[in-house]
Design a protein around this ligand. Structure first.
Ligand code: NAD
Ligand code: GLY
Length: 361
């Protein structure tokens, strides 16, 4: 088993990464817990609900299971209330522990429930998608969506442990694997050029779910994310670099309608556009842009952005949380392995968006 430690002002905790970790969930439950509530969805429950329950039953503590419907559409206030209803009906007290068993949707909604139930109770993340294992379960961002915007209601609230079982990825649909790989390669692009090269050499093994390659990619991604959030838990500066490609990606998701492209697919394509913008704004060499494009393509993500029309693109990008006083700001790469956060020249942005339109003809 490998362990990555996360240290933030809001909490310090281990990320345990190993095959079969699901059977060891009891290890992460504190001795003084009065009860354990597993929050999961109908799909993940079918695959892993029983095993997680059996593992947690070893603690001898009372177990409650909350099964939510599957899908981003249910990451909302109404579904959050279903969690509170169950916690109150079962009279769970402040020493109860929540266990989020699922992908990023379950992790985000369960984390927000933990942050707010009785003003905050402990929770453990058990991420079951690649995206959740390398990104959403780490760093304490929790949220639900509002009809007017994604992740608009939430809190920074750290789990007490993250338990990553690499075996559960064997049941993940291939498109979800690709979406998770987009976030893996992102870390190489923004902080670690050696990891970027390693991803170039191992992307086929990663798509084939090679256990050794996957374990290393998850561990390195968690180390890099831990490094960033340990320095800037609440995104007052550095943490924004984790959003590389996301300004373009969010515009694709909302422009095409949420769910048409998976979040990771849109981010993958958005990273290619952000690299093109970096070339115009900061002189990122063309050869580096082509390496970014080739690696994104090798993960299985689209690299050709949809033609939404330049004005609509800009409108959609304005909704980004990084926008300040109406000015669009981007994560850009001066070189592979290094990122800066700054406004981009409007003419450079228009050039990138117009190229998208031409390429779509
Ligand atoms: P998801 O949670 O919707 O999971 C994708 C699909 O895979 C779902 O149908 C799910 O039921 C299924 N699934 C999960 N594990 C499985 C398994 N092992 N085998 C088979 N099927 C499985 O999507 P996601 O990509 O994990 O997460 C996306 C969410 O994460 C979004 O809501 C996004 O906003 C959020 N997010 C949060 C952060 C953060 O820092 N908190 C970062 C990135 C994304
Ligand atoms: N996924 C971006 C962040 O955690 O900040």
């Amino acid at each position: 088993m490998s362990t990555v430690q996360v240290n933030t002002p809001g909490g310090c905790y281990p990320i345990h990464i190993a095959a079969g970790r699901l059977d060891r969930l009891a290890d992460s439950i504190p001795a003084d817990a009065t009860a354990i509530t597993i929050v999961t969805n109908s799909t993940v429950a079918g695959y892993y609900g029983k095993r997680a329950e059996q593992a947690l039953a070893q603690t001898g503590k009372r177990l409650v299971r909350i099964e939510l419907p599957d899908g981003e559409a249910y990451k909302d206030w109404q579904t959050l209330n279903l969690i509170f209803d169950a916690l109150l009906q079962n009279r769970l007290d402040r020493r109860a522990v929540l266990v989020a068993l699922g992908g990023g949707v379950i992790g985000d909604i369960c984390g927000f429930a933990a942050a707010t139930y009785m003003r905050g109770i402990r929770f453990v993340q058990v991420p079951t998608t690649l995206l959740a294992q390398v990104d959403s379960s780490v760093g304490g961002k929790t949220a639900v969506n509002h009809p007017m915007g994604k992740n608009m209601i939430g809190a920074f609230y750290q789990p007490i442990a993250v338990e990553v079982d690499t075996d559960v990825l064997n049941t993940l649909p291939p498109r979800e694997v690709t979406a998770g790989l987009a976030e893996v390669i992102k870390y190489g692009m923004i902080i670690d050029a050696d990891f970027f090269s390693w991803c170039e050499q191992n992307v086929a093994a990663l798509r084939a779910l090679d256990p050794a390659a996957l374990t290393y990619a998850i561990q390195r991604s968690c180390e890099l994310k831990a490094l960033v959030v340990s320095q800037d838990e609440r995104e007052s500066g550095l943490r924004a670099i984790l959003n590389f490609g996301h300004t373009f990606g969010h515009a694709i998701e909302s422009g095409l309608g949420f769910g048409t492209w998976l979040h990771g697919e849109a981010v993958g394509c958005g990273m290619v556009q952000a690299a093109e913008l970096s070339a115009l704004a900061l002189g990122l060499p063309t050869a580096s842009v082509e390496r970014v494009r080739a690696l994104v393509q090798a993960t299985g993500c689209p690299v050709q952005a949809p033609d939404l029309g330049a004005e609509r693109w800009i409108d959609l990008m304005q909704v980004d949380k990084k926008t300040e006083a109406g000015q669009l700001r981007f994560i850009l790469l001066p070189q592979i392995g290094q990122a800066v956060f700054q406004p981009a020249p409007v003419d450079a942005l228009r050039t990138v968006l117009e190229r998208t339109a031409v390429a779509s003809l």
